[in-house]
Design a binder for this molecule. Structure first.
Ligand SMILES: Nc1ncnc2c1ncn2[C@@H]1O[C@H](COP(=O)(O)OP(=O)(O)OP(=O)(O)O)[C@@H](O)[C@H]1O
Ligand SMILES: [Mg+2]
Length: 357
């Protein structure tokens, strides 16, 4: 299989349906050989962007380049991209080998070579020897892998995948996530992957583009998206969090009367939001000595919810605001107990004030 791959350059791509901006002046650079995931809620424009890349949707404006070549006016069959969609749409009346060989047949490849390349593609997805099976004799995960083999068989330099695993049960999905990623690492094709499952995106991607209402809200590594969200939408969409209003004066952050140290010293004064992830907070007794790399916040325990592998604690700040804390299920704390929350300075993240998403 080919390991050549191409970068994708998307500039100011816009697509409207009536008054709806499915894509709103999208800029996005996908690096050569990168696994990039579009992550966003339903209706945010993920599929639209993928169909623009594939050539099925003509944008109203903007530029799309594969390896420097403008593609907007190039028809789908000349773009040479591999595609896998949610409902793997195999041809039910053809066996596995004929399904996989179909793109080669379309391209006029000779049948002996088709046979050879099909078998190689099937081995790649660990279905060697399945060529003569009917597609109705396969499990969901196997069908998904046949669809993948079909997308790869003509050695595309760009692979597009739209929620390819969403129809599978959890166990198979998690298994396929790892298989897909390994396959990508082996073949090295530039991949744009769509999901609305945050864990899937965090697991599989080199970078994630979080998209909302046709706009990219943040493009970053999984770790940066989770630990350093740039805005409230990204912070709320990925993981759990509590947001507390704070006031910044002269670079100093105040939560009520308490001063806090933050990962990044804020440059502008005024109201901002403090984001706290439940699993990054610790509960401490009032007399315990906090780590010097931590902030402590006075609170009172309100409730404990046992959740098996961990417990969720609700703590109230002096002004009554509730904060969630995830912690060990062992030990018992009585409701009403005064305590302190500790949060590492590097986990103390500020966001600009903006309306909730
Ligand atoms: N053919 C169309 N005609 C009219 N509106 C459309 C069409 N295709 C998409 N839209 C609208 O464009 C917006 C983006 O749709 P898109 O299918 O790209 O969302 P998505 O992020 O893929 O959502 P999902 O997670 O539900 O698949 C939505 O508001 C949708 O209703
Ligand atoms: Mg979609």
């Amino acid at each position: 299989m080919s390991t050549a791959s191409l970068p994708i350059s998307i500039a100011q791509i816009t697509k409207t349906y009536g008054k709806t901006f499915a894509l709103d002046h999208v800029d996005l650079e996908v690096r050569s050989g990168e696994f990039l995931t579009l992550l966003g809620p339903s209706g945010s424009g993920k599929t639209t962007l993928l169909t623009v890349l594939a050539g099925f949707t003509r944008p109203d404006g903007g530029s799309l380049k594969f390896g420097g070549t403008e593609m907007v006016t190039v028809p789908p069959h000349k773009r040479n991209v591999g595609m896998v969609f949610q409902n793997y749409a195999l041809f039910p009346h053809m066996n596995v080998a004929d399904n996989v060989g179909f793109p080669l047949k379309l391209r006029g490849v000779k049948s002996a070579e088709i046979r050879q390349r099909c078998e190689r593609a099937l081995e790649m997805v660990r279905l060697g020897g399945y060529g003569t099976r009917g597609v109705d004799q396969l499990s969901g995960g196997q069908r998904q892998r046949v669809a993948l083999a079909r997308a790869m068989v003509f050695e595309p330099r760009i692979m597009l995948m739209d929620e390819p695993l969403s129809a599978l049960d959890k166990q198979l999905r998690e298994h396929m996530q790892i298989e897909l990623r390994q396959l990508h690492d082996k073949l090295g094709m530039t991949t744009v992957y769509v999901t609305h499952d945050q864990r899937e995106a965090l697991t599989m991607s080199d970078r994630i583009a979080v998209i909302n209402a046709g706009r990219i809200m943040q493009l970053d590594t999984p770790r940066a998206i989770y630990e350093r969200p740039k805005n409230r939408f990204v912070a709320e969409f990925i993981g759990e969090s509590t947001f507390l209003p704070v006031v910044v004066t002269g670079g100093q952050v105040h939560l009520g009367h308490q001063a806090l140290r933050t990962a990044v010293v804020p440059q502008t004064d005024g109201p901002q939001l403090l984001m706290l992830r439940p699993e990054r907070l610790r509960l401490m007794g009032v007399n315990a000595i906090a780590d010097t790399a931590c902030n402590t916040i006075d609170a009172t325990l309100v409730a404990t919810v046992y959740q098996g592998d961990s417990s969720l604690f609700q703590a109230a700040l002096p002004d009554g605001t509730l904060v969630s804390v995830r912690g060990s299920s062992s030990g018992s704390l009585a409701p009403g107990a005064p305590l302190r929350l500790s949060v590492a300075i590097e986990d103390t993240v500020l966001l600009a004030m903006e309306p909730a998403a």
